[in-house]
Design a protein around this ligand. Structure first.
Ligand SMILES: *[C@@H]1O[C@H](CO)[C@@H](O)[C@H](O)[C@H]1NC(C)=O
Ligand SMILES: *[C@@H]1O[C@H](CO)[C@@H](O)[C@H](O)[C@H]1NC(C)=O
Ligand SMILES: *[C@@H]1O[C@H](CO)[C@@H](O)[C@H](O)[C@H]1NC(C)=O
Length: 316
């Protein structure tokens, strides 16, 4: 036993030395398309930092008009000015959007629809992870409220404009952790039983289920939709959990950078001919296996119905 432990410990420095190469190997997937986006309009939620910011930067570089939709517009402005300077694209705009408040979501959508006649790409990127129990302005548990219901409403409000602008795409940033998720219809707001790690997994499963249901409903409209696992990435998402921050720090040589984390989202946004795969789930710039729970059509439809009820909306 001790011998094995000793071996392991002496092996560790070596492991750390070769870790960056292992990571490069597994980091998998760089989006290599040359598609340019002049005249295209993009909305990205939560794009003032991390993966969202790198995604915004790349789309701005390709000539799109990019709306950074985030809660903290001061941070948003500093990201935007950095991107403008970096890409020489002045069309990087910041708008206030707080996904934990349906009033803010509606105000954002109203403002956007008034100023833009088109929307070609919507990237539902914002997310929160492992927070202590809290509720949104509308009384939803924060993970399901922000990661799922907030984006559900946003997508709903912007979808007509996207249909008018077709071909258009909705890309949802989910996570491989959706494999650990489960939809508890009897306790959707986790009032009886709350665990911050599982709450995150549940909300990410909801993202995948919705991508599938939405794809079904969008057939023939020219709007397609994709769910993405960005990888294990250095971002501020881990800020709420000491445990996760520590793990991330320990394994940092193995973890993707924000730029690498943005690649699969970019792939689903840009790759040509992806439309027949609408409704699928991607990682490392490839189609990937989703959990059996995510493939359950009944659950997808039921969650869709419940979400509409909770938000008081009706899809045509
Ligand atoms: C993205 O996920 C949100 C939250 O689960 C969902 O409401 C929305 O319909 C999804 N959109 C797409 C295009 O998958
Ligand atoms: C679920 O829906 C998909 C797409 O509409 C369909 O291809 C699949 O056969 C359905 N699965 C089941 C178990 O009904
Ligand atoms: C969802 O709502 C529709 C329309 O109200 C209904 O026909 C369908 O049976 C519901 N599906 C589930 C799984 O509850």
């Amino acid at each position: 036993m001790l011998v094995i432990l000793g071996l392991l410990i002496s092996f560790l420095p070596f492991l750390y030395m070769i870790a960056p190469y292992i990571r490069k190997f597994f980091a998998g997937g760089v989006c290599r398309t040359n598609v340019q986006l002049p005249g295209k309009v993009v909305v990205i939620t939560g794009s003032n930092t991390g993966i969202g910011k790198e995604t915004a930067r790349e789309l701005a570089r390709r000539g799109a008009r990019v709306y950074i939709a985030c809660r903290d517009t001061r941070k948003g402005e500093s990201a935007a000015s950095e991107i403008r300077a970096d890409t020489k694209n002045s069309q990087v705009l910041v708008r206030k959007l707080d996904l934990s408040d349906t009033k803010s979501i509606r105000a954002f959508a109203e403002g956007f629809l008034a100023e833009e006649k088109q929307l070609h790409i919507l990237i539902n990127n914002a997310g929160m992870m492992t927070c202590p129990y809290s509720k949104t302005a509308d009384g939803f548990e924060a993970h399901i409220g922000v990661n799922h219901l907030g984006h559900f409403l946003l997508t709903h409000l912007l979808l007509e404009r996207m249909k008018e602008s077709a071909p258009a795409r909705v890309v949802n940033v989910s996570s491989v952790l959706h494999h650990f998720g489960k939809i508890h219809f009897h306790d959707l707001q986790a009032e009886k039983n709350y665990n911050p790690y599982f709450a995150y997994c549940h909300s990410k499963l909801a993202n995948v289920l919705f991508t599938r249901e939405l794809a079904k409903r969008l057939q023939g409209t020219g709007v397609t939709t994709y769910a993405v696992h960005p990888g294990v990435v250095h971002t501020e998402l881990t800020r709420n959990s000491f445990l996760i921050s520590t793990l991330w720090w320990l394994f940092s040589p193995f973890i993707k950078s924000a730029w690498e984390g943005a690649q699969t989202t970019l792939y689903c946004t840009l790759a040509e001919g992806l439309e027949p795969l609408s409704g699928n789930y991607f990682r490392d710039c490839k189609r990937a296996w989703m959990s059996p729970k995510a493939q359950n059509n009944k659950t997808a439809e039921r969650l869709w119905n419940v979400s509409c009820e909770l938000l008081g909306i009706q899809w045509k």
